[in-house]
Design a protein around this ligand. Sequence first.
Ligand code: UD1
Length: 415
Amino acid sequence: MASLTIIGGNQLYGKLRVQGSKNAVLPMMAAALLLPGETRLFGCPHISDVEAMAELVRTCGAKAVWQESVLCIDASMVVAGKIPAECTEKTRACVLLLGALLARCGQVTMAKPGGCAIGERPVDLHLYALKQLGAKMEGGEMLCCEAGHLTGNEILLKFPSVGATQNAVLAAVAASGITRIHNAAMEPEVEWLCRFLNKAGARISGIGTMHLEIEGGAPLHAIDFDVPSDRIVTGTYLAAVLSAGGEVLLQHVCPKELRAVSEPLIAAGGILRETKEGFLVKKQKRLRAFDYLSTAPYPGFPTDMQSQFLALAALADGTTVLEEKIFEARFHIVEELKKMGADIFLEDGCAIVNGVGKLCGSDVTALDLRGAAALVVAALAAEGTTSIEGVKYIQRGYENIVRDLSQLGADIQIG
Ligand code: UD1
C-alpha cells in the first residue's frame, strides 16, 4: 500500500482553491437516479468515494462518465438490481440508494453498507424513515426494501442523522402527499441535497431548519448543478496552516458553514479573515489550547474535524479536552499521534491533550479518512520525517493532498 512521506518544518504560503464537497456530491449522485435524463455535476471532486458511488450508480443501470471535472449521470434507465457487498463496502454513502431506488423503482436489495472504521454505524433510523413512508423491509444479510406505493407521512428522527434525513428526503419526493421530517439534520449537505432536488422540480421547504416539509409527487427533470466547496477539506487546510505556520488564502470556500471550526481556531490565537477572495489564514504564534470542545450535530463542532483538532491541540500551549459524541471509535488516531510525541490520554469518551509544542517525525498508520488528514496536519509541523501508511483512506476524500500542500511549499511525497 502506498504511503505519504512528509518532512516537517516548511511553512505554507500561497493560494489554494478548495475542491468540491464529498459529502454534498455523494447524495446528489444518489438523487440523480430520480431524474430521468442527464444530470451534470460541475466541479465534482475526483476522489475514490465518488468513484465508488459512480460504480454503484452504474450497477443501477445509469451511466456515469467524467468530462474533465464534470460528472455526468444519465439516469434515463434505472433498474433495481441486487447491489452486492463488493460495491457497498467501498462507501458508506451507498445507503442513500435505499431512498433513491425505492423512489425510482419501488424496490431495492443491497448488502449492508461499509465505510471508515470509525465505530458502529447502524441504519435503524434510515429504515424507520422509509417504513414511515410505506416501505416493507426484510432482514438478513441483505437489506431488502419494497414499496408498491410511497405515501407521505410524519417522520420523527430520534437523532438528527445526516444520512437518514437524506434518505427520507429522497423517498419523500416520490411519495404521494406531504411528508414532514422532524429533528432533521441541519448539516449543509442536507441543505445542498434539498436545493439540488428543488432545482430538479421537487417541492421541499424548511431547508436549513430541523423541520423539513416535502410535497411529494412533483415531476422531476435532470439538471446541471455546481458542487459546493468541501467544508471539511477547507477546515483541514486551515488546520494545516495553523500547524505548519505561514499564510494562505483558501479560495472557493463557504466560511458560514465553518463557524464552529473557525471560532475555536480564532479563540486559540489563529488569524482567520473572510475576504472577498476567500478565507485568509495566518499563524503568528503558537496556538493556545482549545480548553473544551465537543463534537455535535451541525451547527455544532463537526466530528469530521475532531482528529485534525487533536493534532493541533497536541502542539498547542495548555490542555485541551476534546469530547467525541458522534462516532465512538474516532480516537484510534491517538495512538499514532502519541508515536509522534503527543501527550494524550483517553477517558470517558474524551481525549485529554497536554500540548507539547513539538512533535517528531515517526512511522504512523492511518485507519480512517479524517485520521489520515490529522496525521498530515501533525507531520507538517513535526521535526524530521513522518511516513504515513494508509494513503487509500486519504484518497477517499482529498482529491490531491500532495499536489495541494506541495503547491503551498510543504515537503510531501507519495510513494
Ligand atoms: C455523515 C457524513 C460523515 C459525518 C457524519 C456526521 C456523509 C457521506 N458522511 O455520515 O462524514 O461524519 O455525517 O456529521 O455525508 N446513527 C444511528 N442510526 C442510524 C444512522 C445513524 O444510530 O440509522 C448514528 C450513528 O451511529 C452516529 C450518528 O447517528 O453515531 C451520526 O450519524 P449520521 O449523521 O447518520 O452520519 P452519516 O450520515 O453516516
